[in-house]
Design a binder for this molecule. Sequence first.
Ligand SMILES: [Zn+2]
Length: 167
Amino acid sequence: MSDNETKPVSPEDKNPVYSHTDSSKVVLSDEEWEKILPKDVYHIARQKGTERPWSSQFENFNEIGTYYCAVCGNALFKSDTKFESGCGWPSFYEPISKSSIIYVPDNTQGMQRTEVMCGRCKSHLGHVFDDGPQPTGLRYCINGVVLDFDKAKEAEKAYNEGRKNSE
Ligand SMILES: [Zn+2]
């Protein structure tokens, strides 16, 4: 990531752990999270809530850019892996990197599902299912409330350059 990243309106003001560049793990108590996060974000991210289907601004949203964890700023998905799933939540077929997401078996509500959490702050994001499109065949079904979108070219460019350099 570039270190001269500029973000005009940033959640950093209220949230001291929010960062697009710091990848160190974030561990806070629920009490602390409750103080810095908006109510709806806290409910989904820390209490494993689920937003109403079709309620997300990102459900029908096709801008080009990068999706970040709204809790800590960790990069999660690129817009070109987003697809119309028809399930009512923003859906992606591939995370931005292997370490951006943590997978946990979820056997609640009489279902066998795989929960996906942010790799940096362990916030609940949603679930991943194996009925997605190629090339992965996966469908990451994510609560839009816990996503931040940045259409600034900066992040995208830095990510692509980083990838080029590591090839
Ligand atoms: Zn996070």
